[in-house]
Design a protein around this ligand. Structure first.
Ligand SMILES: [Fe+2]
Length: 253
């Protein structure tokens, strides 16, 4: 595996960061496939070219191995997996950044056509992200509905969660929270429901369920915190659906 795990920065090698580590090695293994292949071509030496071709084929297998492990993780823990992938897409560096003069060497490699940002974007990032279905939400909503109809509430919840993770901030995610609220009301305790409202409000402070979520948190708040909560609710939602309850709560001695 080309000393693979030794190349994974230490801060990602703990169990808690396995997903991030998997994202890193998936991108990195595929990147080395192209870099090694192009190094062989650049050498203009038939023997070196064949050696590098052989190595690049191995690197491709490593990439597929990690890609498929993380693909399975996306199905089990979509939110955590997508969060790890996003973080890694934004922070990715090829191995060797600590080598003196790395930037200059990277530019020389780019000029020689061995590896550059275009290859990274077109041949590494996009094919893998597409393979994981990061941009495809179609079908998930229908699957969630079908699972719900069949009484598979955990399955429905997992799919709504997947929509939220795959498309943060989107209309689809906003709507999915509505279904998650209903499921939480039926299946979870008040504390989980409150946690879900808070999570929603952090993502959609003005979302279509923000009014309900804010009122729910006021209703379930500690008695001494309720007046301030309802006051803030009326300030933020002067025409809110729960304004009469808010006013009543504030009138109480
Ligand atoms: Fe490898």
């Amino acid at each position: 595996m080309s000393g693979l795990w030794k190349r994974v920065p230490m801060r990602w090698s703990s169990a808690a960061n396995t997903l991030r580590g998997l994202a890193y090695v998936t991108f990195q293994e595929l990147a080395t496939r192209f870099a090694h292949r192009n190094t062989g071509k650049y050498s203009q030496d038939p023997v070196a070219d064949r050696i590098m071709l052989r190595i690049s084929q191995d690197e491709n297998l490593h990439a597929l191995f990690y890609r498929d492990i993380l693909g399975a993780a996306i199905k089990i823990q979509p939110s955590n997996a997508v969060r790890a992938i996003t973080a890694e897409v934004l922070a990715f560096d090829m191995p060797g950044t600590n080598i003196p003069g790395y930037l200059r060497k990277a530019m020389q490699m780019a000029r020689a056509g061995i590896f550059d940002l275009r290859i990274h974007h077109d041949d590494v990032l996009w094919p893998i992200l597409r393979h994981w279905g990061i941009f495809e939400l179609e079908g998930l909503d229908a699957e969630a509905e079908a699972a719900w109809q069949a009484g598979d509430y955990a399955g429905a919840e997992a799919r709504f969660r997947q929509i939220v993770a795959l498309s943060p901030g989107s209309r689809a995610a906003d709507l999915s929270y509505g279904d998650l609220f209903t499921l939480a009301r039926q299946r979870s305790g008040p504390e989980q429901e409150k946690a879900l409202w808070r999570e929603y409000l952090a993502a959609f402070p003005r979302g279509r369920y923000a009014d309900d979520a804010r009122a729910g948190l006021c209703r379930r708040g500690e008695p001494d915190e309720r007046p301030a909560c309802w006051q803030q609710y009326l300030t933020d939602f002067p025409a809110g659906v729960h304004r009469s309850q808010a006013s009543r709560a504030l009138d109480e001695p």
